[in-house]
Write a protein that binds this ligand. Sequence first.
Ligand SMILES: Nc1nc2c(c(=O)[nH]1)N[C@H]1C(S)=C(S)[C@@H](COP(=O)(O)OP(=O)(O)OC[C@H]3O[C@@H](n4cnc5c(=O)[nH]c(N)nc54)[C@H](O)[C@@H]3O)O[C@H]1N2
Ligand SMILES: Nc1nc2c(c(=O)[nH]1)N[C@H]1C(S)=C(S)[C@@H](COP(=O)(O)OP(=O)(O)OC[C@H]3O[C@@H](n4cnc5c(=O)[nH]c(N)nc54)[C@H](O)[C@@H]3O)O[C@H]1N2
Ligand code: SF4
Ligand SMILES: [Mo]
Length: 737
Amino acid sequence: MKIDRRTFLQGAAASAVLSSLSGLTPGIANAKEPGANTGLLAKREGEIKYHTCQRNCADRCLLKFTVQNGRMTYVEGASEMKKMGTSPCVKGHAYVQYTYAADRILHPMERAGKKGEGKWRRISWDEAYAKIASRLQQIIKDHGADSILPYSYSGHEGVIGKYGGPSRFFNAIGARKLDRKVCVFAAYEGLKSVTGTYQGPDPYDNIYTNCYISWGQNETATNVHGIKFINQARDKGAKLLVVNPIRTPIASQADIWLQPRPSTDTHLASGIMKYLIEHDLADLEFIKANTLGYEQLLIRLNEMSYEEIERVTGVPTAKMFEFAKVYGESELSVLRLGYGMQRNFNGARMSRAIAMMHAVAGQYGKIGNGFIYDNTQADDSLNYSKGRADHIHPNPDTVGHVNMTEIAKALDPENPIAYGKPIKPIKAVINYNGNFVSVAPDSNACRRGAMRDDLFLVVHDFLMTDTAELADIIVPSTTQFEFPDMGTDYNCYHMQTSEKVIEPLGESKDNWIFFKELGAHMGLDRFPEMRVDYEQILRDFLDTEEPAFRHNNITYEQIIRDKFVTVYDQRPYFGDGKYKTDSGKIEFYSEMMKEAGFHPVIDFGLPEDEMLPEEKNLPFRLLSPAIPQRANSAFYNVKYIRNFPAYFAKINTEDAAELGINNNDRVRLNNQRGEAFFIAQVSTQVVRGTVMAPKNNWRRMDPQGKASCTNNLTTDTLTDMGGCSAYHSTRVALTKA
Ligand SMILES: Nc1nc2c(c(=O)[nH]1)N[C@H]1C(S)=C(S)[C@@H](COP(=O)(O)OP(=O)(O)OC[C@H]3O[C@@H](n4cnc5c(=O)[nH]c(N)nc54)[C@H](O)[C@@H]3O)O[C@H]1N2
Ligand SMILES: Nc1nc2c(c(=O)[nH]1)N[C@H]1C(S)=C(S)[C@@H](COP(=O)(O)OP(=O)(O)OC[C@H]3O[C@@H](n4cnc5c(=O)[nH]c(N)nc54)[C@H](O)[C@@H]3O)O[C@H]1N2
Ligand code: SF4
Ligand SMILES: [Mo]
């Protein structure tokens, strides 16, 4: 769909922000803007505000903003925090443009044509509240509150922005529950089956390792600041090993890089285990003291040959041995598992095998070793039920759930389904912190659902996203910089402040004020929890007895004063040899896996085993990972960032030659779900038989105007365990377009 830029701007932007768009030096505001004082700008003088980046990013940067005359003018890293340094990433540098972008939506709008037609009428907040409240109340009366579905994920990751504010509203009305499992949950299950947890050591301690393994992670895009610790370890002689089907920048720098075919990691980890055991590099003392089921593991590994492993993974056995030798001979090795790799039908099983491999090597329990996946301890320790006011939920037992990955199925015009079972039709979706039409799988089906005439779609966002353009009512959200919050780090164990940097632009309202005021229009201000201020919500979350907070005596006042605190309670992680499984040991044999219907030791199933024939027989696997210059679907509107392409497909040189595709040719990817057109980037970066296209590109920003979006192609089938998304278990055909 083409955007009529003029109409869009008329409806969307106030003239005050128009002047600040475009072509600016990243990180600094336009000196010609009204209110900007060139002298002051040059000196970067002004009030300093500390604010945590709330994009979904493992770095969770603590940023320092300069504010001059009420305007955000400069951004840099809060270098007093060790993980940071002075520089945010390319996206963080663009936050001034992101905030003052000309296409920000700054007042409520109501659809003035057919759904998706792009015609809007400006309305006041009073009208917006009246219309939304009356329609929701009618839906509750006619169909029940469980036909109202919130859709949101990580647009804003703050304590209030993500949960505290909006959840109070949805609890108070008794809306249907959204299972927010798109991201991490397959490996949660896989790792729990081995050590009982998905938590691990603090990455600050990576500097002490002798061998860093990046397994299916793309640190250069998704953990930029974490690379500093790896480099410090390497300066002292540590090895860098990488396992990734794509030659990421960190793979190019590795001592050894293995390039398996996607989803064959169980085989690869098994091959490495075999080598360690056969070459006296398994840590038998560690295994004896800390594990269960080693005998069964030996039997299972004997059933798999090196020849079969090479056939399945495509990794030459000699190269795998080289890797295993360096790994096995390292005194301390830390393994970082990516989130991307577990978004596969066999995601839990692959993660399990890799965690078992690390136990065979004896690499748990010391400073400088361990297994890092998702260090959400700060987050997990918060008092969620109090912070979200779960107790005001009027009908907790009757409300069903929808898995966010299956949003298209839940909104299906004919047969709405959740978890494989029919559900009654969803009559309203309130989308905030989310953009399901471009981020959820099977975008065409998402769109069909959103376009239903009988579905009331409200979008709370500050941009005309792929989802917003299909809305009945759009209400303008602030950006994260326009309200106070706190942020929890999911990599290093920090909790950080997010001071309000500037006043809300235009008529925008943040994720608490919007839901609080909407609630009041629906009579929900009868609940005291719906009348509180930001500080009270944060205090409710921090009212926790969890050890991570208790040990460190962390208080609200302390976070506000010190800007950041550290909340972990174990160093070295698993140093006490107590694992979190039922047995208290690392489990090579797992009842949990058996109960889930898989082999209790190692399950060698592959995604292709589960695909429909029409998909299974397509020639290419599609990987759709993160790229450095976008954060999910954010920054697509920022002009400076748009210079970095996001509509490309990386294709292996030999595959391209066979198909007559050259660099920069237009290509078409397609399968039974749809098609997408991208620009070919031909190289040996991707393994043969695999195509890579970035995740979460917007249909409406597609420079070729073909509504291309990688998620036009992706599967919404869930992972083996944990109900996670499995975007990477998608197959496509590829042709020159
Ligand atoms: N193909 C493919 N698709 C994927 C993935 C993949 O690997 N491949 N990864 C998946 C994963 S892991 C994730 S986590 C999801 C992420 O998907 P999302 O969490 O939905 O990601 P975002 O694009 O960051 O955020 C969505 C919207 O939130 C809005 N927003 C930002 N701040 C605020 C605010 O303060 N208030 C409100 N109301 N809105 C705000 C933004 O403008 C944006 O439109 O994508 C998934 N999609
Ligand atoms: N710049 C930027 N940073 C981000 C995001 C973003 O969009 N942009 N998104 C954020 C979010 S929501 C998340 S969840 C994280 C994700 O963080 P990561 O896990 O680092 O990112 P992904 O790009 O999803 O996937 C990582 C790698 O998995 C590899 N991979 C895919 N399948 C397999 C496999 O079967 N085996 C192996 N070994 N590797 C495989 C891909 O080649 C890719 O390089 O990043 C966060 N940070
Ligand atoms: S997106 Fe990540 S690396 Fe960039 S500023 Fe935000 S937290 Fe830092
Ligand atoms: Mo994610």
